[in-house]
Structures are given as structure tokens and as C-alpha cells.
Design a protein around this ligand. Structure first.
Ligand SMILES: NC(=O)c1ccc[n+]([C@@H]2O[C@H](COP(=O)([O-])OP(=O)(O)OC[C@H]3O[C@@H](n4cnc5c(N)ncnc54)[C@H](O)[C@@H]3O)[C@@H](O)[C@H]2O)c1
Length: 381
């Protein structure tokens, strides 16, 4: 069965998604659907045209509305900056299309809840690109938790730090302006950590957050003396209570000197612990109190065919998988959902639950007090 894709937004993620769909076909075979690259759109005609040529789309356009209305498209793939997700996803769902939307789902909990409900009403595939959920390492850690090998979970602590925006001479981008991004390091980086922790531990009850803008303004373009205001968090720290009783300590920074893609976390339970860093993506460290006392200590488990998703790439353990492979597994989940109706974790409801947490964190950081994630106007999904 063909799955005809209409891509909206031909930047980094647009390219990553397209290559992931092509590789998912290679890795899993046509049984799960054959991606057909029907049409690509971008507000930049040059970007849309280049994507058509380079990524192999049949047509290009500068109008996302055209993509939504195209009868030849089954799956709308939204890879635009955050601010456009809501309007495009809403229009796509209204037209009965399957929707794959990059994270975060929207700029607000209210909008995300609305989309999650609309997606349910329409009965179409609705997927948010929280690709870390598809990491075989996180799938393995989830089995440890679900099989109670860590006992009762006491604490989740993690940080997602990068230094890509540490240089104050780098120009302002959509990521620094709230009407386009919704938040700074929180939505861009912290939301990935929230997605992992909410996938592993369940939803968060309440939060208390502290955030700062360190680089207050940036040049409007490279080398310009004209400056524009940075509107959102460079660095953020959050205390959280999970509904399962665990304590959370989560932080994110986009100006963390020396840190490149440092998504690292530790989960401690009454019968064991795990720690993991995306910079050493293929290694999970585990500790079990049930080991003989003389043998006790953290040990390193290399990812291998025993871990969900890994064997799509390699037949033997310890051969490194990478970032794009998470996107391949994500593309496979989507194709399988469209062609076989299989279930998946990262639906719009999952995305809306993360956006509720993000909204609560933003209010908490502003008002300097604990905020209940589900307090805001009785939002329910
Ligand atoms: N899952 C991940 O690991 C991950 C990583 C990076 C980015 N993202 C998310 O992906 C999305 C895109 O990020 P990116 O890094 O690819 O950005 P990008 O700036 O590289 O690309 C965005 C593209 O969208 C185009 N665009 C802007 N407005 C548009 C509109 N209204 N219609 C059509 N095209 C439009 C731009 O011209 C640009 O080509 C964001 O929501 C971001 O948060 C996710």
C-alpha cells in the first residue's frame, strides 16, 4: 500500500523525516507501506524547489493549504517552526488527513488539547515527533520499569544541555521569539526530556520552575549592529512531582558551554537505578539491588537485537545506532499505524500532556510558585 506524503516545511526536520521514511522502507520492507513523496511545500520557494530536487518529491508549492487540499496526499508531515503547527494540523485533521507533526505539538496546552480531541473525533493517525521515545535505550528502560526491576521509582533527574546558542553574536532566530516558538530551551530541549520521563513514569502532577534569559539581545542578522530582543529562556530548572509519586529534577540550557547534545538522565528506584546519556547513545548503565552484594555496581549494557527497534538496523549487539535511526523507527511506527492500524505512544494526547506540563512550567517560572499541571481551566484530554 502506498502512503502518499505531503511535507510542509523543508528545513532540517523536513529532510530528516523524508530520509527516515525512505530508510524505514529499506529497514522494514513494503509490508508496512511504501512512502511516496508526493508534494513538498515551504514558504521559501528556493527551499521547496531544492527539496523537490534533492529529496525526490513529485511536486513543490509555496502554499501549505494546497498540500492539505491535495486529494493525492494521505499523510500531512508538518516540519515548520512551532507557531504554524496548530493551524496546519487543525486544517489537515479537518480534511480527514493523517497527521505527523514535529514537537512541540502547539504553542499552548489549550490548542494541543483541542487538536488531540479533533484527532480522536476524526479517527485518523495523529503523531507527534518526540523521537526519543523511539530510542531502543528508552524502550529497554521502560521494560525494566514495567517489569518492576527497579522497584518503586523514587526520582527522575535529567538535563538537556547544548551550547549551540552560547555565542552572543549569532543572530536571532524563530527559536528566540515567543510567537514563533512558545518558549526557549524549555520547548526546544526540555520537552524532549519531558517526553522521555512522561513515557517512562507517566504524567506530572505539579511543577516549580526557575528560568533565565542570559543573552538578552541578538543581531537581527549575521554581522548586523541592529539588535533584536531575545524573548525566552536560555536556561531553565524544574522541580516536579510525578503522579506515580516520584520526584523530578529537570533542566535545560541552550547556552551550556561545552555541552553539545547532552541529554542525560538517571532514574532511581527502590530496587535499582539506570543512567543514560544521548552522547553515548548505545550504552545504558544499570544497577540492581538484587545482585549478590559482592557483585553489586553499575554495569554497562550495550544496545543490541534484544532491545526493541535495534534489530531493524543490525543483527549483532554494540554496533552504534544514531539520531537519524530514532527518526527511522518513528517513520516506521507511522507507516505501520496508517497501513495496519497499529498503536503508538506519541499521539496528540501524549503531545498535549507534554504541552500542559510546559504551560504549567512557564506560569510557574513567571509567578515563582508551584503550579498544578491540570489546574489551567480544567483542561482534560
Ligand atoms: N524532534 C527533534 O529532534 C527536532 C529537532 C529539530 C527541530 N524539531 C522541530 O521541528 C520543527 C522545525 O524545526 P527545524 O529545525 O527543521 O527548522 P528549520 O528552520 O530548519 O526549518 C523550518 C522550515 O519551515 C519553513 N517554513 C516556515 N514557515 C512555514 C510555513 N508557514 N509553511 C511552510 N513552510 C514554512 C522554513 O522556511 C524552513 O525551511 C520545529 O517545530 C522544531 O521544534 C524537532
Amino acid at each position: 500500500m502506498d502512503v502518499r506524503i505531503g511535507l510542509i516545511g523543508a528545513g532540517w526536520m523536513g529532510k530528516a523525516h523524508t530520509s527516515a521514511f525512505a530508510n524505514a522502507l529499506m529497514a522494514f520492507g513494503p509490508e508496512y507501506g511504501t512512502p511516496v513523496f508526493e508534494v513538498v511545500s515551504d514558504v521559501s520557494e528556493d527551499a521547496a524547489k531544492a527539496a523537490k530536487e534533492q529529496l525526490g518529491f513529485a511536486r513543490y508549492t509555496t502554499s501549505w493549504e494546497e498540500v492539505i487540499q491535495d486529494e493525492r496526499v494521505d499523510l500531512i508531515d508538518i516540519a515548520t517552526p512551532n507557531a504554524f503547527h496548530y493551524e496546519i494540523a487543525k486544517a489537515a485533521l479537518t480534511h480527514g488527513k493523517n497527521v505527523y507533526c514535529e514537537k512541540p505539538l502547539t504553542l499552548s496546552a489549550e490548542q494541543s488539547v483541542e487538536l488531540a480531541q479533533l484527532a480522536k473525533d476524526k479517527g485518523v493517525v495523529n503523531y507527534v515527533g518526540y523521537n526519543n521515545v523511539m530510542n531502543p535505550a528508552n524502550a529497554y528502560i521502560k521494560t525494566l520499569i514495567d517489569k518492576n526491576k527497579l522497584g518503586k521509582i523514587v526520582k527522575f533527574s535529567g538535563t538537556y544541555d547544548q551550547d549551540g546558542l552560547l555565542d552572543a553574536s549569532l543572530p536571532i532566530t524563530w527559536r528566540h521569539i515567543n510567537k514563533f516558538s512558545g518558549s526557549g530551551a524549555l520547548g526546544d530541549l526540555g520537552s524532549h526530556l519531558l517526553s522521555i520521563s512522561q513515557y517512562l513514569l507517566g504524567n506530572i502532577e505539579n511543577v516549580n520552575a526557575l528560568s533565565k534569559i542570559i543573552i538578552q539581545e541578538r543581531p537581527v542578522k549575521v554581522g548586523s549592529a541592529e539588535m533584536a530582543e531575545v524573548e525566552n529562556d536560555d536556561v531553565i530548572s524544574i522541580l516536579a512531582n510525578y503522579q506515580n509519586g516520584a520526584i523530578g529534577m529537570i533542566s535545560a540550557s541552550r547556552i551550556a558551554a561545552g555541552r553539545k547534545n547532552y541529554l542525560a538522565y538517571e532514574i532511581q528506584g527502590t530496587e535499582g537505578s539506570v543512567y543514560y546519556s544521548l552522547e553515548n547513545m548505545n550504552e545504558v548503565h544499570v544497577y540492581f539491588t538484587g545482585d549478590d552484594s559482592a557483585d553489586r555496581g553499575f554495569r554497562k549494557v550495550f544496545l543490541g537485537p534484544d532491545h526493541k527497534g535495534y534489530s531493524a538496523f543490525y543483527p549483532a549487539a554494540g554496533i552504534a545506532i544514531g539520531y537519524n535511526d530514532m527518526k527511522v523507527l518513528e517513520a516506521h511506527e507511522l507507516l505501520a499505524a496508517v497501513t495496519k492500524g497499529t498503536s503508538y505512544a506519541c499521539d496528540f494526547e501524549f503531545g498535549a500532556n507534554i504541552d500542559k506540563t510546559v504551560s504549567a512550567i512557564l506560569v510557574s517560572a513567571q509567578e515563582q510558585r508551584w503550579i498544578n499541571v491540570h489546574e489551567k481551566g480544567g483542561i482534560t484530554v
